[in-house]
Design a protein around this ligand. Sequence first.
Ligand code: NAI
Ligand SMILES: NCC(=O)COP(=O)(O)O
Length: 341
Amino acid sequence: MSPRPVNAVARIALTPGEPAGIGPDLCVMLAQQAHPAELVALCDPSLLQERAAALRLPLTLEPLATDERIAPPAPQAAGTLRIDPVARLRAPAVPGRLDTGNAGYVLETLAATCRGCQQGRYDAVVTAPVHKGVINDAGLAFTGHTELFAEHCGGKPVMLLAAPGLKVALATTHLALRDVPAALNRQLIGEVLDTLLAELPRRFGISKPRIAVCGLNPHAGEGGHLGDEEIEIIAPVLTRFRAAGADVRGPLPADTAFLPPVLADTDVVLAMYHDQGLPVLKHMGFGEAVNVTLGLPIIRTSVDHGTALDLAGTGRADAGSLGAALAMAMDMAARSSAAGG
Ligand SMILES: NC(=O)C1=CN([C@@H]2O[C@H](COP(=O)(O)OP(=O)(O)OC[C@H]3O[C@@H](n4cnc5c(N)ncnc54)[C@H](O)[C@@H]3O)[C@@H](O)[C@H]2O)C=CC1
Ligand SMILES: NCC(=O)COP(=O)(O)O
């Protein structure tokens, strides 16, 4: 498929995620306004039609033309979404009620999206949340979109969440806390920093990224008295990167790494594990933050929240983060297109 011209309208894939969660609600809500990109939902059409009816919101689903040369991407009109019916629900989608019967369907929508992105059919993908537990309960091993997209598309993924005023990247993602120390090694920290230093300019336009790196242990190990991962693993890698000219600071005690004076001259804080960095990020910007996977050959952004089963079908879910994820995906697609693809 030939690359689209610079400034062309982007075609963005949208996956509603867990059928019982708020993902379908948010897609319907997002469709209530016009967008300067074409939005293609990859899912069972009945899911969105039923959720729109439950929310009493208008929605017209327009089939995606099978040959994009005939129908180039067009801006999305209010009240509409394009639809690519890549998979069928196996069980009724009841808001708030998980059903293991639909786990395979959810993974099929994600696999089809990866194929579409790799084929150049989509300029980016925006994902609504999936329920990791129900997929595993169905007997399908799954840790997250981040890892699944890397499996399908290649690359060494780095999870980064961006809120206004703070970006947090993670050295490890979906791991039991007890497994984190064993997962950390010099090669991993080096690869994560390499990805951040390559992707922050490319995806965000940050030309010389300033990265603050957290330690693992309280007080960054207190000189080796509270753990030695800082001395054995993190500090030597940072010394190597600094010698090569990178602006990387640390290892910093995580409890003070997010103070305003540190953040004032930091582009990204690199946390060692999920719950070291994300509570701070969500405290600052829940509802307007975006989860982006760096290090993939494709552009993938997502919401900052989960499936919120308690809100599905009620109309009370906030679509702010999905809107922000779409805006970031369009921005990244435009940047990529301007850079030649
Ligand atoms: N990108 C993804 O696919 C993600 C999936 N998850 C999955 O979501 C499931 C549920 O996770 P939880 O820890 O319960 O987190 P959650 O984010 O679903 O819910 C936490 C709290 O935030 C509220 N909330 C979440 N999104 C909201 C929204 N858009 N508007 C208003 N309130 C909102 C919920 O009502 C709940 O009170 C888990 O299976 C988890 O794996 C979690 C995070 C990201
Ligand atoms: N807390 C972020 C999260 O769990 C999202 O994971 P993923 O499905 O985007 O990999």
